[in-house]
Write a protein that binds this ligand. Structure first.
Ligand SMILES: [Zn+2]
Ligand SMILES: [Zn+2]
Length: 349
């Protein structure tokens, strides 16, 4: 087989199928047969509807998909760790490898000219095969499925990083604002990391229903005028020690701060847009530490995979729609509607 199908996003809420040559792995590269490749909110926000992304989110017309997981079928010269047959999650950014951020494993933050993210500046996972740098491959534990792995490649990695950054522990109650896939992931992982009480807030009715069905939260609240009051009631008037905004919406970000307990920690993870709030009242006088957190590091991705196996947790539970590659148009439409859980493209055999 020398040709493969790949999905390109023209930027007008459609998908386009094209034929590509199956790539040959060069030095330090491997060829991965795709098994699962999920859709991220960023794909919708910055590429699918229109090409809005700039810099690291600038889309270069490549094969889409930055949450790839599959099996190595060919190994190029000079590879040191990954072998044919290995099941791998792809950390979705290949950095320069030598800058400070890359050396810390945060290739997401690399500013080198060579930095390229799969599905943004180099071919991604919505194709039969993906050409990956060995340095971006993370071994998938046997007990995790390929879909589990795809979800770790961006979304669950992002949730895990934020919870790690705020040092979530068993002394904390956790508030998650915005219950899309990253919000669901934050609840699942937050509980495993020790949070005794996990509260969620969401606008979309479909997502509220899903969050309730998955039983990841103690309480799922609809976002309305009385929400702050309800959260205060549920926390003896104090708010949550840790809150995380996954909504990316100004109102969600403000709610997260407002419902963070004095001296608590709040992380902003949801991308895009702006926020305005009374800084003295909501941040300074409450003595809150506010974090920004972007994706994760290679090391934390490896840690997360190991822990998911140990915790017997499966991100796949948050998938509501699994579709084959030839139904990529339906997959993107579903993800765009914002009522579902995770949407994942899965490959046969
Ligand atoms: Zn993403
Ligand atoms: Zn770098």
């Amino acid at each position: 087989m020398d040709k493969m199908r790949g999905v390109v996003l023209p930027g007008n809420s459609t998908v386009e199928f094209r034929q590509f040559p199956v790539p040959k792995p060069g030095n330090g590269q491997v060829l991965v047969k795709m098994k699962a490749s999920s859709i991220c909110g960023s794909d919708i926000r910055a590429i699918y509807r229109e090409h809005l992304g700039k810099g690291p989110e600038g889309y270069q017309g490549v094969i889409a998909g930055h949450e790839p997981c599959g099996q190595v079928v060919e190994v190029g010269p000079g590879c040191k760790r990954i072998s044919k047959g290995d099941r791998v999650v792809i950390y979705h950014i290949a950095g320069c490898g030598v800058c400070e951020d890359c050396r810390h494993g945060y290739m997401i933050s690399c500013r080198g000219a060579q930095r390229a993210a799969y599905g943004w500046q180099r071919d991604g996972g919505h194709a039969d095969y993906l050409l990956a740098e060995e340095t971006t491959c993370v071994l998938l534990p046997d007990t995790l499925s390929y879909v589990d792995g795809a979800l770790v490649a961006c979304g669950f990695g992002t949730s895990y990083e934020a919870l790690t950054r705020v040092n979530l522990s068993g002394t904390d109650r956790l508030l998650v604002v915005g219950l899309g896939p990253v919000g669901l992931g934050s609840a699942m992982l937050g509980r495993a990391m020790g949070a005794q009480t996990v509260l969620g807030v969401e606008v979309a009715s479909g997502r509220i229903e899903l969050a309730q069905k998955l039983q990841l939260f103690d309480h799922v609240l609809a976002a309305e005028d009385s929400t702050v009051g309800k959260i205060m009631e549920l926390t003896a008037g104090r708010g949550c020690e840790v809150s995380i905004d996954c909504s990316g919406a100004p109102a969600g970000r403000e709610l997260a701060l407002r419902c963070t307990r004095d001296w608590g920690r709040c992380a902003y993870v949801g991308e895009g847009g702006t926020v305005g709030f009374d800084v003295s009242q909501l941040l300074i006088h409450k003595q809150i530490t506010l974090y920004g957190s972007w994706v994760t590091s290679l090391k934390h991705m490896e840690d997360l995979l190991e822990r998911l196996e140990r915790w017997d947790l499966h991100p796949e539970r948050t998938v509501t729609d699994s579709l084959p590659l030839d139904r990529a148009a339906d997959a993107y439409r579903l993800a765009d509607e914002g009522q579902s859980g995770k949407v994942c493209i899965v490959f046969e055999d």
